[in-house]
Ligand binder design. Sequence first.
Ligand code: C2E
Ligand code: MG
Ligand code: MG
Length: 405
Amino acid sequence: MEGDHLNILVVEDDDFQRRMLIRMLRALNVQGVSDASNGKAALEIIRKRNGNPVDIVICDLNMPEMDGLEFLRHLGEERHSISIVIISALGGKLLLSAGKMTRMYGVKLLGAIEKPILPEQLKELFFKYERSESKWYPRSESISFSLDEIMRGIRARQFDPYLQPKVDLQTNRISGAEALARWIHPDLGVVGPYAFIPLLEQSNQIDELTFLILEKAASACRSLHDTDCNINLSVNLSLVSLDDITLADRITKIVRAAGIDPHHIILEITETAAMTDVAHALENLVRLCMNGFVLSIDDYGTGYSSLQQLTRIAFGELKIDQSFIQDAIHNEAARIVVKSSIDMARELKVRSVAEGIETQRDWNMLKNMGCDMAQGYFIAKPMDLNAFIGYAAGRNLGVVGDSKT
Ligand code: C2E
Ligand code: MG
Ligand code: MG
């Protein structure tokens, strides 16, 4: 992977290390290299570069005048669409926390690596950058919709589930797919979930979308089974929806009406906000379990603490958040978090899924750690049902790898 067309800004206060990095980037064929010795100077460069924007910033943390943390906060506030590589001599755990902070400021983190930096590490991050930039939907941060526009789109049934395969790490077979909501917008094309899910959740209006995606996913599951691709489908369920005690029965009805047994549907639950009514949520989850659905804890390791209470429920799957997976290659603390999550899942007899697998190295690492399943761009991006049917047939797959649930 060549970084020849990239614009990279190196922010590092140590003259020697800055020169070393610049030399390394030139050796990797990067033509557009600029540099700054602290966050303030870096911000000025970024603000001025309108026609020829910076793609990636490689940023030290410990710097005089404006340190890396403050710089990253400003970058988030000013909503520049730039990817970040954090570099530091500070320990791995601190680097991990700085990485988390970066993501929470809404800044796209490519990686956080300990000094000294090796050329291979940079090459790998450029490769990741290329993959994530080739997203086929418009950059969600550049579009914003009103609640009204979104609700009209939902009522016009303009939303579809795109399917991303989940593959068994030991057998390499597809055992399922996650249904990810996409708005097939009549003017804008395919719009990703960050442009509509947060607003729907905040205004407590996510249910109509949930039911639409569930209905279309169940019917996609039916079509797949009809082509002998007998896989399970996962659908995302917002924690806020669990407040309404009628939810479990409504979900069950929708799935059965599509001619699918609830055993084939996995419900992935993420904790995006603190839960309001734990008792209601538990009633829904127990009922969904009784009705045959498999419950999955999504983005494990990132939520508030209330989801921990739900782990007492018979959930069948644990999805380790992609931020840990992506840090794990470079960071020992992240590796320990991932490994112990996999071990915990195994002891609880719960299936472990690693999401955000982007490279062969990620795949190998997770396989060696004994993780059950993988999902990520390295395997395939989310795609529409027709493309998925072709994809699954091409891999000659379609056996449910579901012995643990
Ligand atoms: P999620 O459920 O954790 O889904 C995984 C996200 O990671 C998806 O983003 C997927 O496209 C992306 N992804 C998959 N592989 C890779 C990879 O290798 N690298 C990277 N960087 N990303 C990867 P997407 O589709 O943008 O969805 C974002 C989130 O929106 C989902 O996260 C889920 O929380 C939410 N979401 C999507 N559809 C629905 C829905 O129907 N209902 C609800 N409530 N939430 C949804
Ligand atoms: Mg999910
Ligand atoms: Mg997730």
